[in-house]
Write a protein that binds this ligand. Structure first.
Ligand code: ZN
Length: 168
């Protein structure tokens, strides 16, 4: 007998956890921002991993991505179009293994869509300029916002902030 693809391993801690970031998305992103490119153009510009996450709503493994434990001061921009999305000031250690922020840099740059794939209702977040998938938003973050933006490293491009030099 072949295994049923829909069977969920009860030992998988993410299988029944609606707050897990680990599931890919199947959201209907409204991508009418100013940055419009064809799939071919995105494939030529992005790495295969960036394309899988940004354009195909994939998810990276926790604790095995570029920025989950990255603590430098600076700006996290969209890896697709360069729009500044998050600042290091709002990054916190969520313990999830993905980069986590309690607020976006400019709220209008980060779009939200309800994602009901996998039988759970989650808020998908994406770059409003290019429609690139970023991750998910959960209401269990720290003060002052109580929000947790769980973001894929592949969706982000970090640049160090030279106006905030490290301690002398
Ligand atoms: Zn973008």
């Amino acid at each position: 007998m072949t295994a049923q693809p829909d069977d969920q391993d009860p030992a998988d801690p993410q299988a029944n956890n609606p707050s897990a970031c680990g599931l890919p998305s199947n959201a209907n992103i409204d991508a009418r921002g100013p940055v419009q490119k064809s799939d071919e153009e995105w494939k030529a510009q992005l790495t295969p991993n960036q394309y899988r996450v940004l354009r195909d709503q994939g998810t990276e493994p926790p604790f095995s991505n570029e920025y989950w434990n990255h603590k430098a001061d600076g700006t996290y921009a969209c890896a697709g179009c360069g729009t500044p999305l998050f600042l290091s000031d709002t990054k916190f250690d969520s313990g999830t293994g993905w980069p986590s922020f309690f607020a976006p840099h400019e709220p209008e740059q980060v779009g939200e869509t309800v994602d009901t794939s996998y039988g759970v209702s989650r808020t998908e977040v994406h770059c409003n300029a290019c429609g690139g998938h970023l991750g998910h938003l959960f209401p269990d973050g720290p003060k002052p916002t109580g929000q947790r933006y769980c973001i894929n490293s592949a969706s982000l491009a970090f640049s160090e902030d030279s106006s905030h030099p490290t301690e002398p």
